[in-house]
Design a protein around this ligand. Structure first.
Ligand SMILES: Cc1ncc(COP(=O)(O)O)c(C=O)c1O
Length: 359
């Protein structure tokens, strides 16, 4: 499939310059259709054992597909409902207490910060924030975990490669990573990687993934156990946890959600991940250059798919842009608007944004 054909699969792109995948990706029509088909089957056939078989088959397929994207084994990957769920479960399950420190950066999303605040409030763990670029050098004697973005949500900066060398566990928040740029959890040297299905993978809300290395899995306690997390759920009070990452799965992912996510992935795969990543990064770099040419300050960024740029009235300008058919977001508390550029976008989307901005 070529890029114009990919673009034609997204109804929203016929109406607006949708540059907001960092919030929620555009939904392809075929993913909506796949969800509708599952619901129709459920309506017609009811939901008995065959339905549960179907759910587990779809779950197995999605786990394989996500694991392929992260470069890990399916047994090392849990299916979650969002990035934050994977982060929260990992941080809450680690045996940390007073005297221990979690090192993080000063540009993290609330989806990660919530888990750190809970560790501080409930268990007396200290949290230290440092600039993302310096985080690997700041690991200290009390640091028990490094938790930070793989790709920062504010402006698309990336975690330093030196994190692969630190000798404490590293948890990467991949909400702006997986689907946007190539990810290989082994090359990144992380012990945990939490990602979203609804952003750069164009899946439905309520999808996500958590990679946990076998060694970190042994340290993370699972306090919330639902029956899908059990190896032998019929063993009553003797039931044991799944041995692989399924112990961290979200309790109930519906067939329609799973089918929708799989159909979206299938579409993106049909242009090839390497080509999709390259196109999105190239378009984002082009947008950054055109904005700078027109005198808009562009926030420091890396070779990613996010482009943040200065705005005097970010909220107001975002609303004005939306009225003119350009969907971007503002970053709360900072003087930036953020455009998210995907392989489904084209030069016309960028031109529309630039034309609207210069009015
Ligand atoms: C860097 C980052 N982390 C976490 C989140 C939260 O993602 P989710 O809704 O998948 O939990 C976001 C959402 O925008 C994000 O940008």
């Amino acid at each position: 499939m070529d890029f114009p054909a990919l673009r034609a699969e997204f109804p929203v792109l016929r109406r607006v310059a949708y540059l907001n995948a960092g919030t929620d990706g555009p939904l392809p029509a075929r993913a909506v259709e796949a969800a509708a088909q599952e619901l129709e089957r459920e309506a017609q056939e009811g939901r008995s054992s065959a339905h549960f078989g179907r759910r587990s088959e779809l779950g197995r397929d999605l786990r394989r597909a996500y694991a392929g994207l992260l470069g890990c084994e399916p047994g090392d990957l849990a299916l979650t409902s969002c990035t934050s769920e994977g982060i929260a479960g990992t941080v809450a399950g680690l045996p940390l207490g007073p005297g221990d420190e979690i090192l993080t950066s000063d540009e993290e999303h609330p989806g990660l910060l919530g888990a750190l605040v809970a560790a501080r409030e409930l268990r007396g763990v200290s949290i230290r924030e440092v600039p993302l670029a310096r985080i690997a050098d700041e690991v200290g004697a009390r640091t028990r975990l490094v938790a930070c973005a793989h790709v920062g949500w504010v402006s698309g900066s990336t975690a330093p490669a030196e994190l692969a060398e630190v000798d404490v566990p590293v948890l990467l928040d991949g909400a702006q990573g997986v689907g946007a740029i190539a990810v290989d959890v082994h090359a990144l040297g992380c012990d945990a990687y939490a990602g979203a299905g609804q952003k750069w993978l164009c899946g439905p809300d309520g999808t996500g993934m958590l990679y946990l290395s076998a060694s970190l899995r042994e340290q993370v306690q699972v306090s919330r156990r639902c029956f899908g997390n059990l190896l032998d759920p019929d063993a009553g009070l003797q039931a044991r946890l799944q041995e692989d990452a399924r112990r961290f799965d979200s309790p109930s992912l519906s067939a329609e959600t799973l089918a929708c996510a799989l159909a979206a992935l299938g579409l993106l795969e049909s242009v090839g991940w390497a080509a999709a990543h390259r196109r999105a990064r190239d378009l984002a770099a082009r947008l950054a250059a055109l904005l700078a040419e027109r005198g808009r300050e562009v926030a420091p960024r890396a070779d990613t798919t996010l482009v943040s740029f200065a705005s005097r009235e970010p909220e107001q300008e975002r609303a004005q842009l939306a009225e003119s058919g350009c969907i971007v977001r503002n970053i709360p508390g900072r003087p930036w608007l953020r455009a998210s550029v995907g392989a489904w976008n084209d030069e016309a989307d960028l031109d529309r944004l630039l034309a609207t901005l210069s009015r």
